[in-house]
Design a protein around this ligand. Structure first.
Ligand SMILES: Nc1ncnc2c1ncn2[C@@H]1O[C@H](COP(=O)(O)OP(=O)(O)OP(=O)(O)OP(=O)(O)OC[C@H]2O[C@@H](n3cnc4c(N)ncnc43)[C@H](O)[C@@H]2O)[C@@H](O)[C@H]1O
Length: 141
């Protein structure tokens, strides 16, 4: 069975010395919370997908972000019985005050510190990813 690929960015900002992660709530399905990401189009690289989806879903361009290309992790899980692989890169929002512009695919957004981000994202592997990225972000911020 072929694997569905998706790619996105785990975006953080520094606010009052704390690291906060950006999570978006889907306007469909179970209204789950996720970093900006989406399906890789045919012929598209994971990297280009991550940038395109971040622009579409959060209104942020590559210029707004410091993307840590060497800090990346792939989550593998099944959606409706079909394997899915989602590659994420860690990215810092340069201007912590910058406004996030949602698309129709999402109905809400939150900037959350590690614990709350882990709780709201609701999956063990995402929780681990956030923990690992948090350690890196603390060193970089
Ligand atoms: N139920 C629905 N009703 C109507 N339209 C829908 C729909 N689902 C998708 N769409 C359409 O698909 C488009 C999304 O396309 P894209 O924006 O291109 O793709 P995506 O973010 O990868 O989509 P999705 O939200 O489905 O992915 P996720 O893996 O987080 O989530 C997929 C599933 O995996 C679960 N999941 C997420 N992370 C997981 C993890 N780490 N482990 C296990 N399960 C996880 C989620 O809870 C969710 O159930 C939307 O425009 C929408 O129109």
């Amino acid at each position: 069975m072929s694997t569905t690929r998706a790619a996105g960015l785990v975006i953080y900002r520094k606010s009052n010395e704390y690291i906060q992660f950006l999570l978006l709530q889907t306007s469909y399905g179970q209204h789950h919370w996720t970093p900006p990401k989406g399906h890789v189009d045919p012929g598209e690289s994971d990297w280009v997908t991550a940038l395109r989806e971040t622009k579409e879903e959060a209104g942020l361009t590559e210029n707004d972000l410091e993307i840590h290309q060497d800090i990346t992790k792939t989550l593998n899980y099944a959606v409706n019985g079909k394997p899915k692989a989602v590659v994420y890169w860690l990215a810092k929002l340069k201007n912590p005050e910058q406004k996030i512009t949602l698309s129709d695919e999402h109905q809400d957004l939150k900037w959350l510190q590690l614990k709350e981000a882990q709780e709201i994202s609701g999956f063990e592997d995402m929780s681990k990813l956030l923990e690992e990225f948090h350690v890196k972000a603390l060193k970089l911020a």
